[in-house]
Design a protein around this ligand. Structure first.
Ligand code: PXP
Length: 242
């Protein structure tokens, strides 16, 4: 069966460049228009507690501007829940967050934070938002997803992306097993973090995956070829997946 894998483009690092100098450029809305025209399915943005890239005003402006789906990544805090309920993105992806981290490090621990994540998932679902949980490719975590009530998960591929040799192969096998298990429970399975123009081929070939969320490597590629071409090249990799 053909894989209808969708691409979510994470635009955080366009805002990172803007926030480095507090300039009005590069304009993330202009970038979204080009990314959508190039064929991406979803625009992903992460409103971090420290506002290091995406700002509150960006979230509202993006909501008004985009034509495809919006996937808001956020921590499960009261502040973020209030913003999400006001903006009503199609999807919210709940992620763990540490102020000192360079980027999201690892998945949410929904086993140990079960009650909080269940409560936030319920609140967001009541506001007609699809909740996705960013978790490790770990069977024990996935077992708790139906009880939490989230229709989607995003498997953390960062460990796979950073590993080499046998460790990379082992982590790939974990992602395959997690995808199969989650799909067997009727959960939509997405994946993301650390995916680039080299490693996405292998991940995209996992038949249960529905959407990949990719940011840093694409914005970096756009420096050389532009964001339209960078988007098309990644879409090409997804389309060529068996
Ligand atoms: N998915 C999630 C949940 C993330 O937190 C991030 C980073 O913000 C990404 C995907 C994109 O990761 P990368 O920028 O490494 O492609």
């Amino acid at each position: 069966m053909a894989n209808t894998l969708e691409l979510g483009v994470n635009i955080d690092h366009i805002a990172t460049i803007r926030q480095a100098r507090f300039t009005p450029y590069p304009d993330i809305l202009e970038a979204i228009t080009i990314i959508e025209d190039a064929g991406a399915d979803t625009i992903t943005l992460h409103l971090r507690e420290d506002r290091r890239h995406i700002q509150d005003a960006d979230v509202y402006a993006v909501r008004k501007h985009l034509r495809r789906r919006m996937n808001l990544e956020m921590a499960a805090t009261d502040e973020m829940v209030a913003i999400a309920r006001d903006v009503v993105p199609e999807d919210v992806c709940l992620v763990p967050e540490k102020r000192e981290e360079l980027t999201t490090e690892g998945g949410l621990d929904i086993v140990n934070q079960f009650e909080r994540i269940q409560q936030v998932t319920q609140t967001l679902s009541d506001a007609n938002i699809n909740v996705s949980l960013f978790i490790e490719p770990d069977i024990e975590q996935i077992k708790r997803v139906p009880e939490i009530g989230a229709p989607k998960i995003e498997l953390h591929t960062g460990t796979y992306a950073n590993a080499t040799g046998e460790a990379k192969h082992a982590e790939f096998k974990r992602i395959v097993a997690a995808s199969e298990f989650a799909a067997s429970l009727g959960i939509q399975v997405n994946a993301g973090h650390g995916l680039d123009y080299e490693n996405t081929h292998e991940i995209a070939a996992i038949p249960q995956l529905k959407e990949l969320n990719i940011g840093h490597s694409m914005i970096a590629r756009a420096i050389f070829v532009g964001i339209e071409q960078a988007t098309k090249e990644m879409l090409d990799i997804l389309k060529k997946a068996p």
